[in-house]
Design a protein around this ligand. Structure first.
Ligand code: ZN
Length: 157
């Protein structure tokens, strides 16, 4: 759909994610059901907590399942679930209110690779507004470490 394309951030180094809680809110799926989807490999692009590997944290927006795919699994999905336009999830922006967030990357000289630096309001990202305390959140080193580990795991599978 054209609308999905338009909603994608134009900044190539940004990756949009949806928190697991927000995935449940958008789909209407029970957390246990959604977590089971991840554990059984039916929900792709998820990443889990560092301290609790079985607890999912986020789902990459590009990997969100279609409503039809979930229905085909016999799951009770909300009628208004649209992976291209989630109604829950994002970031509180000073200018845009509650907006979709994108993950902005930076090059890490020690790791020799791109790693997440902060999450930024999607509207601000598109408008070229620089990140500050009012439209972005910086990720902790632990969070970044876990992200890198998950990327490696996804790359191997
Ligand atoms: Zn904004």
């Amino acid at each position: 759909m054209v609308r999905n394309q338009e909603r994608k951030p134009l900044v190539s180094e940004s990756i949009a994610t949806l928190r697991f809680e927000d995935f449940c809110l958008n789909t209407g799926l029970d957390r246990d059901v959604a977590a089971d989807l991840m554990r059984t490999g039916r929900l792709r692009g998820t990443w889990s907590s560092a301290t609790e590997p079985r607890r999912p944290v986020s789902v990459f927006m590009d990997d969100l399942p279609s409503r039809e795919a979930l229905v085909a699994m016999g799951l009770p999905v909300r009628d208004d679930y649209d992976p291209g336009a989630p109604r829950y999830g994002g970031i509180e922006c000073r200018t845009h209110g509650w907006a979709e967030s994108v993950l902005v990357m930076r090059y890490d000289v020690d790791l020799h690779r791109d790693v997440p630096d902060h999450s930024l309001c999607w509207e601000c990202s598109r408008a070229g507004v620089p990140p500050d305390s009012g439209n972005s959140t910086r990720h902790s080193p632990d969070w970044v470490t876990r992200w890198v580990q998950t990327q490696d795991e996804l790359g191997r599978s």
